[in-house]
Design a protein around this ligand. Structure first.
Ligand code: SAH
Ligand code: SF4
Length: 388
């Protein structure tokens, strides 16, 4: 049951100077692109490497939001940069804080579309759940995001921008290498299918992993995919982060319904791509996400099939009790069923943690994200009908 707990929505609208709006955004440029941009703006070639290092540090280590704050650059140079570029993150429309400390940000991006980003604090880590698209073109039948019609890919700036917004809000910038950070882990598990937006996701993750800036280790980043098989090898080669697979079913017949991309790349092909993923070991296991849907995929026979299917893959099975959303066609499995399922998986030698739903009171749990404007858009025709 979802408790209705008090929330504290803040309305935080960042001012945006109109003159700035058309300038190129330095956020999201890789080092090479930033260098080219600075040179193009008049930075002497001989100084370019040093200037990139300085600007990079301000942007991604200190979290500077204004060129004028970059005090180790001469004032005329700061003014030059401020006249040529902007430092832009997505705008916070609302920030909701759950009773359990989870924070959900509704962010507006260029063009007016909205995305959601969720911060989940835990005792030993703080995980930011990042979106890769507005909505999702896939239509997994248990996922709220999959019902959103408005879809576009996010840019690298908008992906790394989500990390920057959370760091701003949590005052998490400028930490020393050995100091505890509030955003210590990233999961690409928000809205969207990250492997349908591979280049932007990769470029953003490269910025997040850069040791002179946000400096997150590749082992603290997990990319979740519904199973875009041809792109999985590229994740290993070009990003190197950990992999999570939205598995959710143990037969093609059931997976075809739950995760329709299965019709294109069925279980056999998906698992072959997992087996070929580089650096697999106990320290770098694949996470198989498995949503527990009452009477659909949660039997003992499913659990036994699951462990047979993944035999030989260093893995952990993340059991996710289904998170309901308005109109969802499924129910969450009973706790005893989840426990029995987990016990079978566990006896086969796989860790099978049950993911505690976080931020349920603010609709921030897995699969519940869908931008408020989309919800409102759907509600609007009904309201109009009443008015007439
Ligand atoms: N598109 C990517 C990443 C985002 S979804 C993917 O599908 O992997 C993050 C996880 O939440 C996925 O495993 C997804 O299947 C799961 N999920 C989606 N809707 C859910 C719901 N209503 N309840 C529980 N988990 C859900
Ligand atoms: Fe898209 Fe992932 Fe939701 Fe499927 S589960 S509709 S791939 S966001």
């Amino acid at each position: 049951m979802t408790a209705t707990l008090p929330i504290s929505p803040d309305l935080v609208t960042l001012p945006r100077r109109p003159a700035e709006a058309g300038l190129p955004n330095v956020v999201g440029m890789g080092r090479a692109a930033l260098r080219a941009a600075l040179v193009e703006a008049g930075t002497p070639e001989a100084q370019a490497t040093m200037r990139v290092a300085q600007v990079w540090q301000w942007l991604y280590h200190r979290g500077a939001r204004d060129f004028m704050a970059m005090t180790n650059l001469a004032r005329p140079y700061r003014e030059l940069l401020a006249g040529r570029f902007r430092i832009a993150r997505p705008e916070i429309v609302t920030r909701q804080v759950s009773a359990d400390g989870t924070r959900k940000y509704l962010l507006r991006i260029d063009g007016g579309a909205e995305i959601e980003t969720v911060y989940i604090p835990e005792a030993d880590r703080g995980t930011l759940c990042v979106s890769s698209q507005v909505g999702c073109t896939l239509t997994c039948s248990f996922c709220h995001t999959g019902t959103q019609r408005l879809v576009r890919n996010l840019t690298a700036a908008e992906i790394v921008g989500q990390v920057m917004v959370a760091r701003d809000d949590l005052e998490d910038w400028g930490r020393k290498p050995d100091e505890k950070r509030l955003v210590s882990n990233l999961v690409l598990m928000g809205m969207g299918e990250p492997l349908y937006n591979f280049e932007a996701v990769r470029d953003a993750m490269k910025i997040c992993m850069d040791g002179e800036g946000i400096a997150l280790s590749r082992r603290r980043i997990t990319l979740s995919t519904s199973g875009v098989v041809p792109e999985i090898a590229r994740v290993g080669a070009e990003i190197g982060c950990l992999l999570a697979i939205s598995f959710h079913a143990t037969t093609d017949a059931v997976r075809d319904v739950l995760v329709p991309i299965n019709r294109k790349w069925p279980i056999g092909e998906l698992l072959a791509a997992c087996r070929a993923y580089p650096r697999l070991s106990n320290a770098e296991r694949i996470t198989f996400e498995y949503v527990m849907l009452k009477g659909v995929n949660d039997s003992d026979a499913d659990a036994r099939r699951l462990v047979r299917l993944i035999a030989g893959i260093p893995a952990k099975i993340n059991l996710i009790p289904f998170n309901p959303w308005p109109g969802a066609p499924y129910e969450r499995s009973d706790p005893e069923r989840i426990e029995a399922f987990g016990a079978i998986v566990n006896r086969a030698g796989y860790a099978s943690p049950v993911r505690t739903p976080r931020g349920e009171d603010i609709m921030a749990a897995c699969g519940q994200l869908k931008s408020a404007s989309e919800r409102a858009r759907r509600a609007r025709p009904a309201a109009a009908a009443v008015a007439v």
